[in-house]
Design a protein around this ligand. Structure first.
Ligand code: ATP
Ligand code: MG
Length: 201
């Protein structure tokens, strides 16, 4: 079985994430996409909301889609969340499956700096997706400069619908009492309202 692995802070998950998962699943014939919220992200400032809230929002977002699932694997592990550890765990649990790690263009630019970035390719292929602000050509050029040909052959570059949505923008809108309707799934905005998330400065 081909399984997509989609990591992120998901603070909160939004329609940009869901479209990426949907389009990659379709084009790469993935039977499942697992959304994996990161616990303590190694490369960025800490999330604004707790791991439990971020996981619950992903659950709200994917409910009703039998091909999407989520895993608390990075939230349960103490210390920093390294993708390599997650992939090792997943491949041990599912030795017969093939993993496709889905990464947005902005994150791809930093791939070389990830912990054990070259070892990642022992466990998965990478699907790099376009994102407004970072052209695919820019990441293709960066990957060619950063990695040898043997690794480049394991990276696919894929143009997805350009949705200029980010969690940062959503958090800012909520802080300024602006609507986030049609940027996040309805169940996610209901969850955010219920727990009064992202309202403080
Ligand atoms: P933040 O603004 O807090 O960084 P974000 O919108 O970038 O949030 P993340 O949780 O950081 O969301 O992203 C998880 C993954 O999804 C990353 O690989 C990121 O590049 C990708 N991604 C997020 N939003 C989009 C989008 N609109 N189009 C394409 N890829 C996206
Ligand atoms: Mg981000």
């Amino acid at each position: 079985m081909r399984i997509g692995v989609f990591g992120g802070t998901f603070d909160p998950v939004h329609l940009g994430h869901l479209r990426v998962a949907e389009e990659v699943a379709e084009c790469c014939q993935l039977e499942r996409v697992i959304f994996i919220p990161s616990g303590i992200p190694p490369h960025r400032r800490q999330p604004e909301t707790s791991a439990a809230h971020r996981l619950n929002m992903v659950r709200c977002a994917i409910s009703g889609n039998a091909n999407f699932s989520t895993s608390p694997v990075e939230l349960q592990r103490p210390g920093k969340s390294y993708t390599i550890d997650t992939l090792i765990k997943l491949s041990q649990a599912h030795p017969k499956d093939e993993f496709y790690l889905i990464i947005g263009a902005d994150q791809m630019l930093k791939l070389k700096k990830w912990y054990q970035s070259e070892q990642l390719f022992e466990y998965c292929r990478i699907v790099a997706v376009s994102r407004p602000g970072t052209p695919l050509q820019a990441i293709q050029a960066k990957m060619a400069a950063d990695f040898p040909a043997s690794i480049l052959s394991l990276i696919s570059f894929f143009r997805v619908s350009a949705l200029d949505i980010s969690s940062t923008k959503i958090r800012k809108k909520i802080r300024h009492q602006k609507s986030v309707r049609y940027l996040v799934p309805k169940k996610v905005s209901q969850y955010i309202e219920l727990y009064h998330l992202y309202q403080k400065d």
